[in-house]
Design a protein around this ligand. Structure first.
Ligand code: EPS
Length: 385
C-alpha cells in the first residue's frame, strides 16, 4: 500500500514527507523532483515569499545510489525563510513580548483552528494550514510520477480560468496544450487569455486583493481497471476527489463534463463504445473523464479543480479582535495575489499519488520487476477480451 504523511510549518525549518510503499528498484534523482518543485514556485501573482525560497529536495531515506530500496522515503525541503523566523518559530520557549495574532482572516483556518485546538495565538494554526505544505506533496508526487512513467503514464495540467478570464482551447492542437501551458507565465495554453490573466492579477495586486480560478489535470495512457466499483472507498474517482479537495483553497473538483452534466440529456452525457482490432474497445468522446463506476475505462483521466481566491489579503476584510471582541480588520499579511498556476502543479502531484497507489494495489510487487511482470500479464489478458 502506498501512503504518505507530511510534516512541517510554513516558517519552521522545513517541510518533509514520508512516502511508503514505493517498490524497490525505481530510479529516483533529486534533480527530477526539483524540476517539479520549481514549477510549483512559478506563476505570475506569487508573492514575496517565493523570492526568498528556491526549493530543493534532500532525500534522507529510502533511496540508495539513485534507486529506491522499498523502505520509507523521506523527502525534506528546507525553508530558507526560517532564518527570519527563528525566534517566532523556535521549538524552545522564547519570550515574544505578548506578540500574538488575534484578528483571524475570513476564509483561512485561523478562527476555527484556534477554537478547536485551544490556542490563543492563531499563528499556531496558520503555520500548518499554509500552502507551504504543498511543496512536500509535490515532492511525493514527483516520486510517484517516476513510478507511473515506467508504465507509460504521464500527467500534465493547465490553467483554464483566472477570475473572469477563461482560456479558449479550440484553436490549439491537443499535442501543443501541454507545451504552451509550460511556456505561459500563468500556465495557460491560450496566449491571449494568458495576457488577460496577467492583467487582472496585476489589477488584484494593485488593490491588495487576490484571485482564484480553475485548473485542468490530465493523466494519459491509463490502463483499464484501476479502482473498483465493489466498495465505496475503492472508487478511484472518489479517491482522486479526496486528494484534490485536500489541496489548500480547492473548493470544487469535477470529472470530465463535471457540473455540465446537470444540463444535458443522458443521450448527450455518456461515451459510446466502439471496437477496432488495433485499439480494442475505445470511445470517441471522454465526457466521463476517464472513469466509469469508479474504475478507469482506458480513456484519459480529466479533472478540473476550482481554487478560491487566497484568503490572506493585503487589504483585509472585517473580522473580530479575539481579545477585545470588537470589530477590526483581519491581520494584514504578505500574500500571493494568485496561486492558481501553482495549484495545477500540486493537483498533478495529488493525481500522481492516487494513480501510483491504485497501480500498486492492482499489480502488487515489492520490486519494480515483479510489478511490471504482473502489469504485462494483465495487459496481455485484457487484449484477449
Ligand atoms: C501562504 C502564505 C504565503 C505563501 C505560502 C502560503 O507565505 P508567507 O506567509 O510566508 O508570505 O507564499 O506559500 C508558500 C510559502 C509556498 O511555498 O507555496 C498561506 O498562508 O497559505
Amino acid at each position: 500500500m502506498i501512503r504518505f504523511s507530511t510534516a512541517g510549518e510554513s516558517h519552521g525549518q522545513g517541510v518533509l514527507a514520508i512516502l511508503e510503499g514505493i517498490p524497490s528498484g525505481l530510479n529516483i534523482n533529486t534533480e527530477d523532483i526539483d524540476v517539479d518543485l520549481a514549477r510549483r514556485q512559478k506563476g505570475y501573482g506569487r508573492g514575496q515569499r517565493m523570492k526568498i525560497e528556491t526549493d530543493h529536495v534532500t532525500i534522507i531515506s529510502g533511496v540508495r545510489h539513485a534507486r529506491t530500496l522499498g523502505s520509507p522515503i523521506t523527502l525534506y525541503i528546507a525553508n530558507k525563510d526560517w532564518e527570519n523566523w527563528r525566534s517566532i518559530m523556535s521549538p524552545i520557549s522564547v519570550d515574544l513580548d505578548g506578540k500574538c495574532l488575534l484578528k483571524p482572516r475570513p476564509g483561512h483556518a485561523d478562527l476555527a483552528g484556534l477554537m478547536k485546538y485551544g490556542v490563543s495565538d492563531f499563528r499556531d494554526i496558520l503555520e500548518r494550514a499554509s500552502a507551504r505544505e504543498t511543496a512536500a506533496r509535490v515532492a511525493v508526487g514527483a516520486v510517484c510520477r517516476e513510478l507511473l512513467k515506467e508504465f507509460g503514464i504521464s500527467i500534465y495540467s493547465y490553467v483554464e480560468q483566472i477570475g473572469k478570464v477563461t482560456a479558449k482551447l479550440s484553436g490549439i492542437p491537443k499535442d501543443k496544450i501541454r507545451h504552451e501551458a509550460e511556456m505561459s507565465f500563468v500556465r495557460c495554453p491560450d496566449k491571449t487569455a494568458s495576457k488577460k490573466m496577467i492583467q487582472i492579477i496585476k489589477k488584484a495586486m494593485s488593490k491588495g486583493d487576490t484571485l482564484g480560478g480553475k485548473i485542468r489535470v490530465i493523466a494519459e495512457n491509463i490502463p483499464v481497471g484501476l479502482g473498483s466499483h465493489t466498495q465505496w472507498d475503492m472508487k478511484l474517482d472518489g479517491r482522486l476527489a479526496q486528494s484534490l479537495m485536500a489541496v489548500q483553497a480547492v473548493k470544487a473538483v469535477e470529472f470530465g463534463m463535471g457540473t455540465q452534466f446537470a444540463g444535458v440529456f443522458g443521450s448527450d452525457a455518456h461515451d459510446e463504445i466502439f471496437y477496432s482490432k488495433n485499439k480494442s474497445f475505445y470511445r470517441k468522446t471522454n465526457r466521463a473523464g476517464g472513469t466509469e463506476g469508479g474504475i478507469t475505462n482506458g480513456e484519459n483521466i480529466e479533472i478540473s479543480c476550482t481554487m478560491k481566491p487566497i484568503p490572506s489579503l493585503v487589504r483585509p476584510l472585517r473580522s473580530v479582535n479575539l481579545g477585545s471582541k470588537k470589530m477590526e480588520k483581519a491581520e494584514a499579511v504578505r500574500s500571493d495575489a494568485c496561486a492558481v498556476p501553482a495549484c495545477g502543479v500540486v493537483a498533478e502531484a495529488a493525481v500522481a499519488f492516487e494513480l501510483a497507489k491504485a497501480m500498486r494495489e492492482k499489480f502488487g510487487g515489492d520490486c519494480m520487476e515483479d510489478m511490471k511482470n504482473n502489469f504485462n500479464l494483465y495487459i496481455e489478458r485484457i487484449k484477449r477480451i
